[in-house]
Design a binder for this molecule. Structure first.
Ligand code: ADP
Ligand code: ASP
Ligand code: MG
Length: 408
């Protein structure tokens, strides 16, 4: 008898009928002879609605109270799912993250999980209950309720699976696996049978929200078997595996295309070109807790240059406030912001051993008359910042360029 961790996303528990469908799946898994822990997200758009509600009260809600509010979303769905399972004649018990001992580092809105206690979950499993745990939340050592960041229920699921040594961590969602691109944007995207942890980490952190990137990092580290499947279909889904296995199964140079529409670009104009200025600029941004993504610096003219960088769009206000300080401290002429951007990326471990992969990307974008504003590369990815309105066109063009279309 194995232990299975299943995670059901917001769209999988969006209404009562769907909660009943999930309850049946949990029961079936148990009936097949497994112990089961189900991690659940908030129903449908609950988290978005709670954020909007807070913003009606105050423009910039304080982080602690925001986490207190958002944690209630998941608490609704665990209780409802446990009731549904019980009403079908089976044992189930629901727990919040803090109740079950999900210990976080205490930072609000973007907490990391430090440890997961096993005893309470194991005790309930031993009694024959399905254990239903709220995703996305935990508590710090001093009892503060904290959340893990948007999409964080996936990370709860993998952390619980790793702590319990689960046989499998199944992420159930509204698509039937990981595709070569977001199937809502690229209609002929192909479902992958397997993808390497390394590629999946990149795709997830570059905008493919089907998995939370930190969940993939954890699964990779603890070698937790991880699978993405549809809640509403009986299907194998996509298995996340180690590199060599994925390469044997999928021989494409590029495995996938990702789009991130939640970025903003800041340009610092007329930055004095002398040693120490970049350190001052990024020191101020770092102290403000802003995570920088891409950076480019132009060649200098008359002792001044321009520096552009990207940040998550939700941090734009904070960044512009920090930029005012930067201008003052360094004598930079002005700071401009642009929210009208997106980042498109190609990812593939196969690209390490191929040349000309990046130039094909630039050519595909040029053929669509899409201007590239910034470029960044690593061994297994190439990303370009482009105009927001052209992001979906870019994804389709790149998907076609690398021959990713078709059916698996
Ligand atoms: P959940 O609520 O179950 O956590 P999410 O909305 O977070 O679900 O993630 C699932 C969505 O991710 C899909 O509906 C799909 O539109 C999107 N997505 C983006 N990129 C990909 C991809 N490469 N493969 C599959 N789905 C993707
Ligand atoms: N409910 C949270 C969110 O919407 C966490 C999750 O769904 O994974 O971001
Ligand atoms: Mg999600």
């Amino acid at each position: 008898m194995g232990l299975i961790v299943q995670k059901y996303g917001g769209s999988s528990v969006a209404d009562v009928e769907k909660i009943r469908t999930v309850a049946r799946r949990v029961i079936d898994t148990k009936a097949a002879g497994n112990d089961i822990v189900a991690i659940v997200s908030a129903m449908g758009k609950t988290t978005d609605n709670l954020i909007a509600l807070a913003k009606q009260v105050v423009d910039n809600p304080p982080d602690r109270e925001m986490d207190m509010l958002l944690a209630t979303g998941e608490q609704q769905s665990i209780a409802l799912l446990a009731m549904a399972i019980q009403s079908m004649g089976h044992g189930a018990v629901s727990f919040t993250g803090p109740q079950v001992g999900i210990l976080t580092d205490g930072s609000f809105s973007r907490s990391r999980i430090k440890a997961v206690k096993e005893d309470r979950i194991r005790a309930e499993l031993d009694k024959g209950n399905a254990v239903i745990v709220a995703g996305f939340q935990g508590a710090s050592i001093d009892g503060q309720i904290t959340t893990l960041g948007r999409g964080g229920s996936d990370t709860t699921a993998v952390a619980v699976a790793a702590a319990l040594g689960a046989e499998m961590c199944d992420i159930f969602t509204d698509v039937d696996g990981v595709y070569t691109a977001d199937p809502r944007v690229v209609p002929d995207a192909r479902r992958l049978k397997a993808i390497a942890y390394e590629e999946m980490v990149e795709l997830a952190s570059l905008g493919a929200k089907v998995l939370h990137s930190r969940a993939v990092v954890l699964a990779w580290k603890y070698q937790t078997p991880l699978r993405v499947r549809s809640t509403f279909k009986q299907d194998e889904g996509t298995l996340v595996v180690n590199d060599t296995q994925a390469l044997d199964m999928e021989r494409f140079v590029v495995s996938g295309v990702a789009v991130d529409k939640n970025q903003a670009k800041i340009s610092l104009i007329g930055v004095p070109d002398k040693p120490g200025v970049a350190a001052t600029i990024f020191g101020i941004l770092g102290k403000a807790g802003i995570v920088i993504d891409m950076i480019i610096q132009n060649v200098s003219r008359d002792g001044r240059s321009d520096i552009s960088f990207t940040v998550p769009r939700t941090d734009l206000h904070k960044t512009m406030a920090a930029s005012a300080e930067i201008c003052q401290e360094t004598g930079t002429e002005e700071a401009l912001s642009d929210e009208n951007i997106a980042k498109v990326s190609i990812v593939g471990i196969g690209m390490q051993s191929h040349s000309g992969v990046a130039s094909q990307m630039f050519e595909a974008l040029a053929n669509q008359n899409i201007n590239i504003q910034m470029i960044s590369t690593t061994e297994i990815k190439v990303s370009c910042v482009i105009e927001l309105d052209r992001a979906d066109d870019a994804a389709r063009a790149l998907h076609h360029q690398y021959g990713l279309s078709g059916n698996s």
